[in-house]
Design a protein around this ligand. Structure first.
Ligand SMILES: [Mg+2]
Length: 246
């Protein structure tokens, strides 16, 4: 349930994919293969599909946004064939430590929300499998039903998130995401407590390409003091104030 906007608690925003579960689950690999097959299904050759997949991901943040803009693809069909067909139940599982982490957040002062670039069914499915769905007050997701929907790291997405949660002061936002660009944008927008979840050395698929996760920044990136964690448990020391004291 969305709290009324008079709620002045801070919000702890969690990215979902590759943040609430490890990239070692290889869900990005399975997702990348499905998206590739989707491009091929549009009549593109293997090579062309691969190039365009990367191009759209780089240009628009999500391959799907290029597909809807240039190929008249139905986002709900894409969702069914890509995210919806992932055998998530055999790839990720309930993590009691993460559930305890979420339970230990002091809800009298902090609200917990999801902030994902996936569509709602996938986000809820992941949270349900992980045993976290009931501990999240709301989820801000990419709304595939809206033409030209926005996503991270576009500033509009963060503004929309705050509006949806009824929060006006960005300094009251805590945010953790495995994508550094997403974190950097939050920081630029004045989000108060930004953390990069970085599983250095683990393979991840982005835009259809396998890449080892690293903590390198893009050339010219501003040094912005974002904290790096390698496990969610580290949040207890980075954000000690959000947890209940025993
Ligand atoms: Mg992520």
């Amino acid at each position: 349930m969305t709290q009324p906007s008079s709620d002045d608690r801070d919000i702890v925003w969690f990215d979902i994919d590759n943040t609430l579960y490890s990239a070692s689950a290889k869900i990005s690999h399975a997702m990348g293969e499905r998206i590739h097959d989707y491009f091929v299904g549009l009549g593109l050759g293997e090579e062309e599909a691969s190039e365009l997949h990367l191009h759209y991901y780089t240009q628009y943040g999500l391959a799907l946004r290029g597909l809807t803009r240039h190929h008249d693809v139905d986002p709900l069909d894409f969702d069914k064939k890509c995210d919806g067909s992932l055998p998530l139940e055999s790839m990720i599982s309930f993590n009691p430590q993460h559930r305890k982490l979420f339970e230990d957040i002091d809800k009298t002062k902090y609200r917990v929300w999801g902030l994902t670039n996936a569509y709602k069914p996938h986000a809820e499915r992941v949270l349900r499998i992980l045993g976290l769905l009931d501990l999240v007050e709301g989820i801000v997701y990419c709304d595939y039903t809206i033409p030209n929907f926005v996503c991270k790291p576009e500033p509009e997405y963060y503004h929309m998130a705050m509006k949806k949660a009824g929060l006006t002061d960005p300094s009251k936002c805590y945010f953790v995401d495995d994508n550094r660009k997403n974190v950097d944008t939050a920081k630029e927008l004045g989000w108060g407590h930004c953390v990069h979840f970085c599983e250095k050395g683990i393979e991840n698929v982005e835009g259809g390409r396998i890449k080892e996760i690293d903590d390198e920044r893009d050339p010219g990136a501003v040094d912005n003091d974002v904290a790096l964690v390698t496990t969610l448990e580290d949040l207890r020391s980075v954000w000690p104030e959000i947890f209940k004291t025993p």
